[in-house]
Design a protein around this ligand. Structure first.
Ligand code: CU
Length: 135
């Protein structure tokens, strides 16, 4: 092969490597979880959406928003269509809540009385997310 052919091949390889690594960089920019504050609606509730989907590189519960105010009622609206199997058995052990979600019965309401972190899990514990309670 001519020298010019080697040079062109070299440039193509460098180009492909560059495209590969720039793609990797984009993937790492996806946030592991998005922190957001709940707003208090007219009826006094802080409404949160709970679904199942991709977070970073894995799949788990997605809670948005995930930060609430203490001593203000919270309403978790679960997306029954995305929750499958045991992910529908939602447990909030610190508040004694255990609920099976269906498309017609998908609301969990409670009032957080302490600041800190509340764990929300499925019945087997592989589905897990945290709700942050602030002053
Ligand atoms: Cu599970």
């Amino acid at each position: 092969m001519k020298t010019s052919t080697y040079i062109i091949l070299f440039i193509v390889v460098i180009g492909l490597v560059w495209i590969y690594y720039s793609g990797e960089e984009d993937a790492s920019e996806i946030p592991a979880s998005v922190s957001a504050y709940a707003t208090i609606s007219e009826d006094g509730y802080q409404n949160l959406q709970l679904s199942y989907g991709k977070i970073g590189y894995s799949f788990n519960y997605i809670l948005t928003p995930n930060t609430v105010k203490v001593n203000q009622p919270v309403r978790i609206i679960a997306d029954a269509s995305s929750l499958r199997g045991c992910y529908r058995y939602i447990q909030i052990p610190s508040y004694g809540i255990s609920k099976f979600i269906t498309s017609s019965d998908n609301i969990i309401e409670f009032t957080p009385t302490e600041t800190g972190s509340i764990t929300i899990t499925c019945s087997m514990g592989m589905g897990v997310t945290k709700l942050t309670v602030e002053e």
